[in-house]
Write a protein that binds this ligand. Structure first.
Ligand code: 5RP
Length: 218
């Protein structure tokens, strides 16, 4: 089984977690794309979606799925998204696709976060994947210096602007033993919009695509 087939299997399994007649929160990335394609097959039983990126909006609309503004809805029962890393406490690193801020906003509103991922994403300690940090452009050097002070090695993601018009610093060399603490510390740096640690709002369910099938963790 390829990595992409494991992503697809996890995405298909998430369909069972979608209640009838609801608006679904939809994430960003290749695993989320599989979920969007699967959602198209049952669009008759949902009202529509709220999305975490312009790319996912386009894919949803391409399938004829209505996309709603997060500010205009009463409740969001479920959010389905991938991750770059997820630990055994279901805390994550996200933002490999530069959509971390909108992902964190939609995840914060959702009653339930279903993470879909292939087995390579499941780790004991977060930090092997460089931590994405969304930064206001004029604060880039200041934030980079502060991240070095915290023990990281930030690299500017050249040529990338987020959907919010900001830049991304990818922080290498962090071994994230206390995810909630580091999430809060980095968010305190002036000029940081948010960082890709999802510890305060972690996943409620992980559907992990493996060579032996989809495993469920809660
Ligand atoms: C995008 C994300 C994605 O969920 C993450 O990068 C995983 O991507 P993929 O499903 O392509 O492996 O956080 O900002």
């Amino acid at each position: 089984m390829t990595q992409d087939e494991m992503k697809r299997a996890a995405a298909l399994a998430a369909i069972d977690y979608i209640p009838d007649d609801c608006i679904v929160g939809v994430g960003t990335g290749s695993t989320a794309n599989h979920f969007i394609d699967a959602l198209a097959g049952c669009k008759g039983r949902i009202v529509g979606a709220v999305s975490s990126s312009e790319a996912s909006v386009a894919r949803l609309k391409g399938h004829g799925i209505a996309v709603f503004d997060l500010n205009g809805i009463d409740r969001l029962p479920v959010y389905v998204d991938g991750a770059d890393e997820i630990n055994h406490q279901l805390q994550m690193i996200k933002g490999g696709g530069a959509a971390l801020t909108r992902e964190k906003i939609v995840a914060a509103v959702a009653e339930r976060f279903i993470c879909i991922a292939d087995e390579s994403k499941y780790v004991t300690v977060l930090g092997q994947f460089p931590l994405p940090v969304e930064v206001i452009p004029m604060a880039r050097s200041h934030v980079a210096r502060e991240l070095v002070r915290l023990g990281g090695h930030p690299a500017y993601r050249e040529g990338v602007l987020t959907d919010n018009g900001n830049i991304i610093l990818d922080v290498h060399g962090l071994r994230i033993a206390e995810p909630a603490k580091l999430e809060a510390e980095i968010n305190q740096i002036v000029g940081v919009v948010t960082n890709g640690i999802f510890a305060r709002r972690r996943a409620d369910v992980l559907l992990l695509g493996t060579r032996d099938g989809v495993r469920t963790y809660r």
